[in-house]
Design a protein around this ligand. Structure first.
Ligand SMILES: Nc1ncnc2c1ncn2[C@@H]1O[C@H](COP(=O)(O)OP(=O)(O)OP(=O)(O)O)[C@@H](O)[C@H]1O
Ligand SMILES: [Mg+2]
Length: 286
């Protein structure tokens, strides 16, 4: 198994400017993501998972959201200090993201094909129009959309939720990124569709060797797709382990609580975890 670190987040601190002054949301987040491996980022709602992914993508809402400390090293290059034009070129090309709700990420007024071709126009301008369309069709095939020749000229609302998510995956992977961030990509889907999307992502990862960050509430999904896990609580990483270690021997009290809430070995649909506040003294720095 490869141990080449593709992305290294070091002591990341992100804050938002609010009417009541700056509020820090990330308090020194650190983790590494390795080539061909998937890091699960788990934790309760509001702990800072999406803010972490937005910080990496350079997509914090401006001017309110700001990185105020730390580094995000992509193959040794700091994304935090990278000029915005360079970051713009990187996004969707070297580092891509898939969100939970493809309906908000896809443009309802353009066909699936046009949206896929836009990604190629931006990052692969050397391709002629016909080549772009050919490539877009190949991508739809790759994510196993049935009848891609027909689907390519349809609009997002003509597709099911699972199919829309496949289109999002096709767009995110069109340029063969080094890193794919998945922010709860299957939460809105029913369990069987979720399973087939996870399987597809695993296969595509094996084929391309990309590194993935997989954000989820669902420890069943973690067991399914992740190699390593970082557990986040209140803007900090409180535990890091490989997935077997984490399930066998959770160390942190918060992780143990997450495990305790996991459905047992039956195959019932996973439920959202509703965590009650626990004693903050557990999370003091050591
Ligand atoms: N635009 C914003 N302005 C101010 N605060 C924000 C903004 N976006 C996020 N936050 C705050 O940052 C914290 C972390 O939010 P984030 O969206 O990262 O949580 P999350 O872990 O992704 O939760 P979920 O599992 O519900 O998606 C929350 O307290 C949230 O209120
Ligand atoms: Mg989120």
């Amino acid at each position: 198994m490869s141990s080449e670190v593709v992305l290294s987040v070091k002591n990341l601190e992100t804050e938002f400017l609010t009417d009541n002054g700056p509020v820090k949301v990330l308090h020194g987040v650190s983790f590494d993501v390795k080539k061909g491996r998937t890091l699960g980022l788990v934790g309760e709602s509001g702990c800072g998972k999406s803010v972490t992914s937005m910080s990496i993508m350079g997509l914090l809402p401006k001017p309110y959201g700001n990185i105020v400390g730390g580094e995000i090293l992509y193959r040794g290059k700091d994304l935090v200090s990278m000029p915005s034009e360079e970051m713009y070129a990187m996004r969707g090309d070297r580092i891509s993201i898939i969100f939970q709700d493809p309906m908000t990420a896809l443009n309802p007024v353009h066909t699936v094909g046009k949206q896929l071709m836009e990604v190629l126009e931006l990052h692969r301008p050397e391709l002629a129009k016909a080549e772009q369309r050919h490539y877009a069709l190949q991508m739809l095939e790759k994510v196993r959309i049935p009848m891609p020749e027909k689907r390519i000229d349809e609009y997002p609302h003509n597709l099911s939720g699972g199919m829309r998510q496949r289109v999002m995956i096709a767009m995110a992977l069109a340029c063969k990124p080094d890193i794919l961030i998945c922010d709860e990509p299957t939460t809105a889907l029913d369990v069987t569709v979720q399973a087939s999307i996870l399987e597809l992502m695993r296969e595509l990862q094996e084929e391309t060797g990309m590194a993935m960050i997989f954000i989820t509430h669902d420890l069943g999904v973690v067991a399914e797709i992740c190699d390593d896990v970082a557990v986040m609580y209140a803007g900090k990483i409180v535990e890091k382990a490989d997935v077997f270690e984490l399930f066998d021997n959770p160390q942190h009290p918060y992780t143990k609580r997450l495990m305790g809430l996991m459905p047992s070995l039956d195959h019932e649909p996973k439920q959202m975890i509703d965590i009650q506040p626990i004693d903050p003294s557990m999370f003091q720095d050591n």
